[in-house]
Ligand binder design. Structure first.
Ligand SMILES: [Fe+2]
Length: 433
């Protein structure tokens, strides 16, 4: 069933593809950014760690007698490392401390030229006696004035490989280095986003072309379904009264009443299918009874009633027309329960069948039949009012009364081509809109 136009599907497609593309691009960009940031952190730690090993190597020979560490020599070597500012573009050492195995300070050398050295000194010198003897490094990154500082506290070993002292270094990351790697990460994230968006844009014409093909196919399928509906409706009309006009009129009149009752569009779709096919079961009724000019005997009437189950058999064979089964099955039920085929009463009768019953009787009364002339508007409405609460739903009769004059003036007894055009407009409104 086509209830959404191609334009609406196209608009939905553009919106969804754009949204999904944007979300994937955002996710990809964020993932790349996180990955790069992690790489930066790892890189900084590796650099800081290698710097600490460098300190250990340069003073290893001074640690051979852990009980008698030479403060001046230590300070000299530490100062040399602090002076090597350009050996790493990532930053520089700004503070070095050396402690004996009891945690007592042997040497503490700050780089007094460093502008944030005072803040650095607030986080240093807190070595615990008996600190980690397993040789592990304690590494932490502390932000001072928005600049990350890598603090390493770790054991120092002598030339015999023995644990001989503890070292503490503070490595200040160069803001320029951070900016450079951040820019790189941002560029990579942006590149990832552009790639995803471009891929999405490239995929769009392919998806759109496939969608157009599917839309064309489903339009053809819908047209075929509609053709089945009209052919079946027309087939029974030809057997019953030689004209399609009754089907057209009852369908239009039923829809007008349904609109007056503000029924939902999908309910009106079912109503149209059912109204068109309401008497389709008459195909299976023998001519002698179907075309009998006089009154039917009880036996004949019982056979005639069989058009309801016969109609159900027919419409149940195809999913699309099956949606009209409520009218096919219940269009001869009466509000007071005296109808057939099931003897349902009141609201047990589906609403579209209750609507259709009014339209069907209204059309029969206002049309020419071999056994009668069309009734006047007044006589027709008197008969319908008599059936209020008996044959018909009283609320629906009231709603019908408010539009019946216009319906009578517009449709009563009409058989012209314009009737078909009007029905086509209704089908377009409810199935193609
Ligand atoms: Fe019928």
């Amino acid at each position: 069933m086509i209830s959404t136009s191609h334009t609406a599907i196209h608009r939905k497609l553009v919106f969804r593809i754009s949204l999904v593309g944007f979300l994937i691009a955002l996710t990809a960009g964020f993932a790349v950014w996180q990955f790069e940031k992690e790489k930066i952190d790892q890189w900084i730690l590796i650099k800081a760690e290698s710097g600490f090993k460098r300190l250990n190597n340069s003073i290893r020979h001074l640690l051979n007698d852990p009980g008698n560490l030479n403060r001046l020599e230590m300070e000299k070597h530490a100062a040399t490392i602090l002076a090597q500012r350009d050996f790493m573009v990532t930053g520089r050492y700004v503070w070095i401390g050396i402690y004996d195995l009891k945690g007592t300070t042997v040497a503490q050398v700050p780089d007094i030229s460093y502008e944030h050295i005072e803040q650095v000194e607030t986080i240093t010198g807190s070595i615990q006696p008996d600190a980690d003897r397993r040789g592990n490094m304690g590494i932490s990154v502390i932000k001072l004035n928005q600049i990350p500082h890598v603090q390493i506290v770790a054991p120092l070993s002598n030339e015999r490989g023995e644990l001989a002292a503890y070292g503490e270094t503070i490595f200040a990351i160069a803001p320029k280095a951070i900016a450079a790697v951040e820019t790189r990460a941002l560029r990579l994230a942006a590149a990832a986003m552009v790639i995803v968006l471009l891929t999405t844009a490239l995929l769009y014409p392919v998806i759109n072309s496939l969608l157009s093909r599917v839309s064309r196919l489903s339009a053809k399928l819908f047209d075929a379904n509609l053709a089945v509906l009209t052919v079946l409706g027309s087939a029974i009309a030809k057997r019953d009264s030689d004209t399609d006009a009754h089907n057209y009129r009852v369908t239009i009149i039923s829809v007008k009443l349904a609109e007056e009752l503000c029924l939902a569009a999908d309910t009106i779709q079912r109503l149209i299918k059912g109204a068109f096919l309401h008497d389709v079961g008459k195909i299976g009724i023998e001519d002698g009874i179907l075309h009998k000019p006089g009154r039917l005997t009880n036996e004949e009437f019982a056979v005639m009633q069989g058009h309801v189950p016969l109609g159900l058999d027919i419409v149940n064979k195809a999913e699309w027309i099956k949606e009209g089964m409520d009218i096919v099955a219940y269009h001869h039920e009466k509000y007071d329960g005296r109808g057939y085929n099931r003897g349902l009463a009141g609201k047990q009768i589906p609403e579209i069948a209750r609507i259709f019953a009014i339209a069907d009787v209204f059309d029969a009364l206002t049309s020419h039949r071999p056994y009668k002339e069309p009734f006047s508007f007044e006589k027709t409405m008197d008969i319908l009012q008599d059936g209020r609460g008996g044959h018909f739903d009283p609320d629906y009769i009231d709603a019908f009364a408010s539009i019946s004059r216009t319906l009578y003036d517009t449709y009563a007894g009409r058989e012209d081509e314009a009737l078909k055009s009007e029905l086509d407009a209704i089908i377009k409104k409810y199935f193609y809109a």
